[in-house]
Design a protein around this ligand. Structure first.
Ligand SMILES: Cc1cc2nc3c(=O)[nH]c(=O)nc-3n(C[C@H](O)[C@H](O)[C@H](O)COP(=O)(O)O)c2cc1C
Length: 308
């Protein structure tokens, strides 16, 4: 029997739990020749700001054992061009939901981007990036301070006409406390994790390998920590959790769902295999079939923790 792959969070229904993660899937439409967009649940756009941004100079990406380090610096075309050029062709794939990742230098900028997007068609939800380790904007200034985070989420929620997902930084002492702050301030869901602040040094030149000196670590290297954080956040709040961090195989995705995630995002895996998202959507379905799971949604939070 074909398993029911639908999941629902924050009032959005996805045909399956696989979402392409922000910054690793362009503006979505560039992937139409590579991935059958109708086969993945959703994708999250690159971070979008009020004005276009050039990002950091190269080198800004490097491979690490079991992962990658990036300091892109939130390069993007800005909200106007995104609405005009990138959103319209995505209407060809109505079943693949579009989640727009939003950031700003100030609370007012975050609000202005969301207000501008409110008038655009074809957007299912917003994901607030409060967790980029590479720039001050959209950055840890908001995501690592509970007071600033609460204010930002509250203010953006007040102007948002769409469900609001807040993407948490892992660079905090208590992920549970930050998830609680978001829930209290009105977030409809939280996604976690963004990248871990990290660096790499070339010992021959004695220089940092990234122009920005530090960057964000992603990929399989971070998976066990991301999974622990999803588990802790899921225990702390009642709003849905979108889990990510190093997911490569269907079993990785199932682990995140058992830990409490309603849906999962796939980022760095798309660099090694540009079809990773579609492969995972198919792979999770096969896993459900071989494990007699009738509804993928039944996996969420189904972890069995032995009693001490
Ligand atoms: C090159 C690159 C660019 C990214 N850009 C963004 C971004 O613009 N906004 C954001 O919220 N996260 C961004 N991320 C973080 C990813 O969406 C994701 O949270 C992180 O990489 C962990 O997942 P993964 O291990 O599956 O890649 C970026 C990651 C990479 C590797």
């Amino acid at each position: 029997m074909k398993p029911d792959m639908k999941v629902e969070f924050a009032g959005i229904e996805l045909t399956n739990p696989v979402i392409a993660a922000s910054g690793t899937f362009g503006y979505g439409i560039e992937f139409e020749e590579i991935v059958s967009l109708e086969r993945i649940g959703a994708f999250v756009s690159k971070g979008i700001s009020l004005e276009p941004m050039a990002g950091h100079p190269a080198p800004r990406i490097l491979q690490t054992p079991a992962g990658m380090l990036n300091a892109i610096g939130l390069q993007n075309i800005g909200v106007e061009e995104f609405i005009e050029k990138k959103l319209p062709p995505l209407k060809r794939y109505p079943s693949c939901k579009v989640i727009v990742n939003v950031f700003g230098y100030t609370v007012s900028e975050y609000k202005q981007v969301v207000e501008r997007l409110n008038d655009a068609d074809g957007v299912a939800a917003y994901e607030l990036n409060v967790s980029c380790p590479n720039v001050h904007a959209g950055g840890m200034a908001f995501g690592s301070d509970a007071g600033s985070l609460e204010y930002l989420v509250h203010e953006v929620k007040n102007v948002s006409k769409r469900p609001l997902v807040v993407k948490l930084s892992p660079n905090v002492t208590s992920i549970a406390a930050m998830a609680r702050v978001c829930a209290t301030a009105g977030a409809d869901a939280v996604s976690l994790v963004n990248t871990f602040l990290a660096m790499s040094i070339d010992v021959e030149t004695r220089k940092p390998r990234l122009t920005n000196v530090t960057g964000g670590l992603s990929g399989p290297a971070i998976k066990p920590i991301a999974l622990r954080m999803v588990y802790e956040a899921a225990k702390a709040v009642n709003i849905p959790i979108v889990g990510l961090g190093g997911i490569v195989t269907p079993e990785d995705a199932v682990e995140f769902m058992l830990a409490g995630a309603t849906a999962v995002q796939v980022g760095t895996a798309s660099y090694a295999d540009p079809r990773a998202t579609e492969r995972l959507a198919k792979g999770i379905e096969s896993w459900c079939r071989s494990h007699h799971v009738e509804r993928v949604a039944s996996l969420t939070g189904a972890l069995e923790v032995p009693q001490k």
